[in-house]
Design a protein. Structure first.
Lengths: 194, 373
């Protein structure tokens, strides 16, 4: 059996960033699938808001729009965390990830408020099944983002992120950008277009 | 949902590994075909299986709370049919094509012929394996669309190209008929059968949609994938466990597997033409398909015996069989160069430097030239 000549040690692979971008790809496909079914059934029901949304359902635009603004803010803050990690500003990294978690919980809170005040009944309306499943899936993805942010915050503040090695923070920011885009799609399809 | 999520995590691990953990110097178009096939499959699973999760979530929530949307459990199979049907099932046999594309040239001691053609063929296989759009319960008439029919026709191209190119490396060479070669060839032929069967499915003139023909095509795809997996075990087993299977018995088992697959799938394909519905099996004499269904059951029995025989043989040979040379096939792909993995407790000292698509073959040819000189 022949051996090949040894190679010099390879550069550290960016596994976490690449794996996260693959997770994001899967996430995009997940929301595309959910929203595709929603739009398909809406179209089959007549394609108009009046024909689709059951009577008595209240879907204001205010809270969802505020949630979208918060998510856009979260994206900016996530990028701030990357900026801070890339320059070894640990205090800003801590502040950015803390703010990210607060923004995340604010959106979860607003979604819970929406669920409570929409006056929809999951066991009586097919429309409610779609709305609860899609928004519920988003909340689960958001909670995963909060856990990701907390983990990277602990790692970063514990000295595992630096100007030369902050791949985890970049991966976390990428995931939050995905959450923002996913919510923008949910916001438009469910709350604006209805 | 949990199972599909686990599959997705597996796909993420595989794709990340291929992207980030190649040997130094190995460009992405130099990776072994098996790794490339898994890369393509993994990426395509990542963009299709989440759609399955979306379907499952909606079906579950609806089923759990009143069944107002999808009508409860009566037609769950209809909503999930696209996962097993073509073109989605074209995706499942891509790794088997990767095995074929690696094993045949390697066993012949030849270079990958028209490597770029193999890469594109496997990538095309991934592209036409995107089946998430073909959800007939949500998109009525999707099987009549030009996209669906194009995918059905193009689906036969990847197995055809891979078999032709990999086969051309074997043609004209004097070589031993070793068990990996037989297993890989049979797997490739079954996969080609799946692609060829898929060409006919969407055409109204044949009226095959919703018939047993679809089941036959699915069985060809799935069994082709499984045979490819077993071919991989036969080929890479010595590398993994330092022992090898005996030579004659695996070849007999491969021929038995081919017979089993033929008995399972050909009756289904024929039954489709005489309108036996998908998922329905009729043993009544007057049905006209009774004999076909009996043959299919016999095929499953043969295949079960083959799988059991293979499992027993592999367990015995890989655990208690005689130790073999670490490169028993005189193979040409990179994994056969690294000398340490088959010995437990011995760590690899360094990654090999890669300076061509077939560095081990280059080395072997250099050594041969040195001897001759």
């Amino acid at each position: 059996m022949l051996a090949l000549p040894p190679a010099p040690a390879p550069a550290r692979p960016r596994q976490k960033l690449i794996a996260t971008s693959l997770v994001v790809t899967g996430g995009v496909a997940l929301f595309a699938g959910l929203l595709g079914v929603y739009l398909n059934l809406r179209d089959a029901a007549g394609g108009t808001t009046k024909a689709w949304v059951p009577k008595g359902v209240v879907m204001s635009n205010q809270a969802p729009t505020l949630m979208l603004v918060t998510m856009v803010g979260a994206s900016v803050v996530a990028q701030w965390a990357v900026y801070a990690a890339a320059r070894d500003i640990r205090r800003d990294l801590g502040a950015a990830t803390a703010l990210l978690v607060v923004f995340g919980f604010a959106v979860v809170n607003a979604q819970a408020y929406m669920w409570k005040n929409m006056h929809i009944s999951i066991d009586k309306q097919g429309f409610a099944v779609l709305v609860f499943t899609i928004t519920g899936t988003f909340v689960v993805a958001l909670l995963a983002g909060i856990v990701f942010a907390l983990l990277e915050a602990f790692r970063g503040l514990g000295g595992r992120a630096s100007s030369t090695r902050h791949e985890g923070i970049s991966a976390m920011a990428l995931y939050w950008h995905f959450l923002t885009v996913a919510f923008a799609a949910v916001w438009f399809v469910i709350y604006i277009n209805k | 949902v949990v199972v599909v999520a686990a599959l997705l995590l597996g796909a993420i691990c595989v794709v990340t590994t291929v992207f980030t953990s190649r040997s130094p110097g190995m460009w992405l178009d130099w990776v072994p075909m098996f790794a490339w096939a898994w890369l393509v499959t993994g990426v395509m699973l990542l963009v299709t299986l989440p759609v399955l999760i979306a379907d499952l979530l909606l079906l579950y929530v609806d089923h759990r709370y009143g069944s107002k949307l999808f009508g409860g459990a009566t037609d769950l199979g209809g909503y999930l049919h696209w996962v097993t049907a073509q073109p989605q099932n074209y995706l499942y046999y891509l790794p088997a094509l990767g095995v074929v594309a690696d094993v045949l040239p390697s066993m012949a001691g030849a270079r990958q012929p028209r490597r770029i053609g193999l890469l594109f063929a496997l990538a095309l296989g991934g592209l036409v394996g995107f089946g998430a759009f073909a959800q007939q319960m949500f998109h009525h008439g999707v099987t009549d669309t030009i996209v669906y029919r194009t995918f059905a026709i193009v689906g036969v191209v990847p197995p055809l190209v891979v078999l032709a190119l990999a086969g051309s490396s074997v043609a004209g060479r004097r070589m031993r008929i070793a068990s990996p070669l037989v297993w890989a060839t049979i797997a490739g032929l079954v996969v080609l059968g799946a692609g060829a069967a898929g060409v006919l499915t969407p055409w109204p003139a044949f009226d095959l949609l919703g018939t047993a023909y679809e089941m036959g095509q699915f069985n060809l795809a799935l069994l082709g994938a499984a045979l490819g997996g077993l071919a991989g075990v036969v080929y890479w087993g010595p590398r993994l466990w330092g022992r090898r299977l005996p030579e004659a018995a695996p070849i007999l088992l491969a021929l038995g597997a081919l017979a089993g697959v033929a008995l399972i799938t050909i009756p289904d394909l024929i039954a489709g033409f005489i309108d036996q519905p998908f998922g329905s099996v009729d043993f009544q004499k007057e049905s006209g398909t009774a004999l076909l269904n009996v043959l299919e059951v016999a095929g499953f029995a043969v295949l079960l015996l083959v799988v059991l025989g293979f499992a027993l043989l592999a367990l015995r040979a890989f655990s208690r069989g005689e130790r073999c040379d670490l490169d028993p096939w005189d193979a040409t792909t990179l994994e056969w160069a690294e000398p340490v993995l088959a010995e437990p407790g011995v760590a690899a000292v360094a990654l090999p430097a890669v300076e061509s698509p077939e560095p081990l073959l280059d080395r072997k040819l250099d050594a041969l030239a040195g001897k001759e000189a």
